[in-house]
Design a protein around this ligand. Structure first.
Ligand code: DQA
Length: 146
């Protein structure tokens, strides 16, 4: 089974970006940890990060038929992008949404996710560990499907 990891705008700056909100782990640190989790789970990973909404949508399209599901942190597009949710619906790719911070405890404009209504589930507020929980939850969900 292959799982896609999709990271959106500004997540390439993790490590130095507002560490009091997002922690000090870099995206490379998080992906390296997920690689070891994936080995333990017996799955393969594909990772893509982009700052552009269209690039993220194109990657979801490209993953159709290649990955079984996606762990996605769409950054600020989570709050605005109906187009990204449509991309998941159009490709029928199951996804788990992840946020490092607890978006429900932040500014009002961050409390709604455009993606959430189409997601298998969401993990937020648990920092970098949330990616691991999202990956484990997605794989377990996919494996339990008939
Ligand atoms: C984020 C939360 C978003 O509101 C923000 O725009 C991000 C990161 C998170 O991981 O907590 O870029 O998705």
């Amino acid at each position: 089974m292959i799982i896609g990891l999709l990271n959106g705008p500004n997540l390439n700056l993790l490590g130095t970006r507002e560490p009091s909100v997002y922690g000090t782990a870099t995206l490379a640190d998080i992906m390296a940890h997920l690689a070891s989790v994936a080995t333990a789970l017996g799955v393969e990973l594909r990772h893509y990060q982009a700052n552009g909404e269209g690039q993220l949508i194109d990657q979801v399209h490209a993953w159709r038929g290649e990955v079984a599901g996606v762990v996605v942190n769409a950054g600020a597009y989570s709050h605005t992008s109906l187009a990204l949710r449509d991309a998941f619906s159009a490709t029928s790719l199951p996804f788990v949404e992840v946020h490092l911070s607890n978006i429900h405890a932040r500014e009002p404009e961050r409390r709604h996710s455009m993606l959430a209504s189409a997601a298998v589930g969401m993990v937020c507020g648990l920092g970098a560990d949330g990616y691991e929980f999202a990956l484990r939850g997605l794989v377990r969900t996919l494996r339990s499907r008939p």
